[in-house]
Design a protein around this ligand. Sequence first.
Ligand code: FES
Length: 365
Amino acid sequence: MTTAPEWIDLGGVEELKSPSRRVVTVAGKPVALTFHDGRFGAVSGTCNHAGGPLGEGELDGEYLTCPWHYWKFHFATGEGEPGFEADKVPSYALKEEGGRLLITAKPVTRRNRLPHEPHPLTREIRREPGPVRVAGISTTVMTRKHPRYSGSEVLLEHALAHAAQHGAETKLIKLNELRFKACEGFYSKAAHACTWPCSITQMDPKDELDRVYDAFVHWADVVLIATPIRWGNASSLYHKMVERMNCIQNQVTIANRVLLRNKVVGFVIIGGQDNVQAVAGQMMSFFSEIGCVFPQFPFIAHSRGWTAEDMEANVAALKRSESLRQGAAELAERAMALAHTLLEGEGTDAKVLRAGRKAFDPASH
Ligand code: FES
């Protein structure tokens, strides 16, 4: 025997037409109520993807767009956009009576989440056997088709070659050769809107920052990062990469999950002008916050100072400098030595304690 649905009075029909989108609470749950093209629709206000506030999204044609990562669901049927119709959020029945709009207390269609293949980066983090692995990340910005001499990149290559001579597996990633988008600040919408891997990586198969994530989280024991100094800071590409690595740090704050373990990081900082200590300090601050460790003397650097505008002389000095090449090689050696020590202790499965911070929890304040 079917029982008649329970109806709840939402309010006057005319008043509910404007604004045309709003979130109402039905039986304690958020429901997206939309008036579009002369008719009302009501669907769950909770997105299928990661629980985002679907009811707060914009309308794109007949589809509500979740403000977190832009999945779309029909404003009345709850079905996913064309091609994803079977991915549905629950929908509610509505009726008008005596100038009032009524909604069923329970949805009349069910939620259906289509299985989505997990992103390969979400695989278990397990160090595969083998020699120490050293990744180099060059963050210099130069015209791809007409590369010029980059002091930071040349020294990084020298450090990697030295690591290879000492038995390491090495890999060089030139950020300038990757296509990747800037961080959109999903975490600024809500802490849990920031996902691992980055939502951009999950949504855009053409985004190539997955190479950097893979090197850091899965492949490397040592990562050496090289940057020029630009107006007293690391390069713009370095900052673009680091902002996208926010998803690694956010796993610590929102999920108490430390993705990086026993990762040794060192830096090569080359400035036409000044500010080595500030650049090194910023880089060390960020990489310590995502769980990396540093060898003794974790960076090498070179700058001829504020008044050294004669860049040709700077490049010539770098090319001549045996001590900088030696410094790059020794940085690689120090980092590898620490990586060896950490790998020897790898057997302990001790959980990394929370990294000092967690996302603000209003309930505990
Ligand atoms: S698109 Fe809605 S939570 Fe991700």
